[in-house]
Design a binder for this molecule. Structure first.
Ligand code: AR6
Length: 180
């Protein structure tokens, strides 16, 4: 099942929590900072050994202080540029796909995502959420739960409208349920 919820990805009950990271994998602002703060210094130490990550790819670590999760999956979204909109879309699709594939390889039954690239990296929100929902809908049957967590209420409102335009949806106690 695919869920769209308002809240921080850090708080989600999922085997894999996805981080919108940068090439260094050494932390940053936004959700990356929140994940590193919640996980603690062990996460940074493991990240140092990974040698960075390319745009569109994903790498996994332990979840450390994020007790309810088994893994953090770090992926690097595109820095949006209108001049290379098609390439950005392919890179963003690849982030969601690579993260799901890695979680499946690791035996994670559930996975929670933030809106990758839709903050500091400037991906237009509606387009970025459309990519997220389309890829996640295609993976939903392979997990017990796939969650797209929108941190800001404005982001959640847009996500709800985008999801309703693409799929049948209904409001459940845990948020918006998307019939993928
Ligand atoms: N907790 C949970 N979610 C958050 C938080 C938070 N504290 N802050 C933002 N979000 P962003 P990006 C949501 O900017 O665009 C970092 O510095 C936000 O509302 O975190 O992929 C990295 O190191 C949005 O929905 O990621 C990179 O340098 C989502 O997280 C760069 O930012 C993604 O916004 C990556 O930029």
């Amino acid at each position: 099942m695919l869920y769209v919820v308002q809240g921080s990805v850090v708080e989600q009950h999922a085997d894999a929590i996805v981080n919108a990271a940068n090439h260094t994998l050494l932390g940053g602002g936004g959700v990356d900072g929140a994940i590193h703060r919640a996980a603690g210094p062990g996460l940074l130490e493991e990240c140092r050994a990974l040698g960075g990550c390319r745009t569109g790819e994903a790498k996994a670590t332990g979840a450390y202080g994020i007790r309810q999760a088994r893994h953090v999956i770090h992926t690097v979204g595109p820095v949006y540029s209108a001049r290379r909109a098609d390439a950005c879309r392919r890179e963003l699709e690849s982030c969601y796909r690579s993260s799901c594939e890695l979680a499946l390889e690791l035996g994670d039954a559930s996975i929670a995502f933030p809106a990758i690239s839709c903050g500091v990296y400037g991906y237009p929100l509606e387009e970025g959420l459309t990519v997220a929902l389309e890829v996640l809908a295609s993976y939903a049957p392979r997990f017990t739960r796939v969650v797209l967590a929108l941190f800001r209420s404005g982001e959640y409102a847009v996500a709800r409208d985008v999801a309703a335009g693409l799929y049948p949806v209904w409001e459940g106690p845990e948020g918006l349920v998307v019939q993928a």
